[in-house]
Design a protein around this ligand. Sequence first.
Ligand SMILES: C[S@@+](CC[C@H](N)C(=O)[O-])C[C@H]1O[C@@H](n2cnc3c(N)ncnc32)[C@H](O)[C@@H]1O
Length: 272
Amino acid sequence: MRNYHKIDMASTKWLTTHFLAKSAFRIRSLASLPIQNGAKVLDLCCGPGLYIPYLLDLVGPAGHVTGVDRDPVSLDAAHQRLSVLPNKNWRLEQSSFEDFVPRISDYDVVIIFNSIGYFSNPYAVVEDIAQRLTSGAMIVIKDFDLESFFFQPRDCTMWADLINSAKKMNDDENPVCYDNFFGRKVHSLHRAYPFKTHVNETWTQYMHFPFNELEQEYIWRNIECLLNQAGSSCPSSAEIYFKKLFYPSEPKFFSNPDSMFVEVEYVTQLTV
Ligand SMILES: C[S@@+](CC[C@H](N)C(=O)[O-])C[C@H]1O[C@@H](n2cnc3c(N)ncnc32)[C@H](O)[C@@H]1O
């Protein structure tokens, strides 16, 4: 379809902005996970390895973290990030999930952050991993859902027009095979396998006036992603409304003292 492209939110630049905008929340959220001192952790689909330094802190020198991704450009960025650390108990491997999965049984914890929506059948991926892990090992999956961030002030009708158009395109046309609305399904992933336990939770980030530059870029990029995804199916009134509200050259939203933004991420901890 003309003018349509589904945004792939996997570029190193986007992920780094995203990560820095939320760094104060991130470290607390990761520390809340039951990752033990000495654990062997696999960061599956690690991209530029943004989480690996935090995982290394959680496992300590007796543990180990492996990052796997199929994208060599992201892995280069991960390598640069990790090689300046004093920690040496990490490894990066360029591989697809499909090629790596036979070797997954060695790990105590498998992390899949912001990536499960890339798979055409995420439930089959979870089942495949679970069948290979040893008893007591854990899978932790986190994803977002572009519909479930909340911000105000906003016009509800314009928001409904934008979100409906973006969702329609997400479902009907999917050239990069990535589901930007997968978050809503994360809490049902435990049904893929008879897990001993599952813990579902949400991680919430709250940003408000005055917004720093990274927060502004992060919020605007999320709206821009919805606009790009909605493409020509979005009514032009809604497109003009959101561009005027957020576009960096005239950021009405960011100069309004009443403005606030809340993002919800969906997390599941599955124990085999
Ligand atoms: C949105 S990025 C997330 C990166 C990282 N987990 C994060 O949250 O910052 C998704 C990553 O999944 C990787 N990926 C997607 N499908 C994959 C597959 N089948 N095998 C290996 N990597 C894959 C992409 O290359 C990309 O780096």
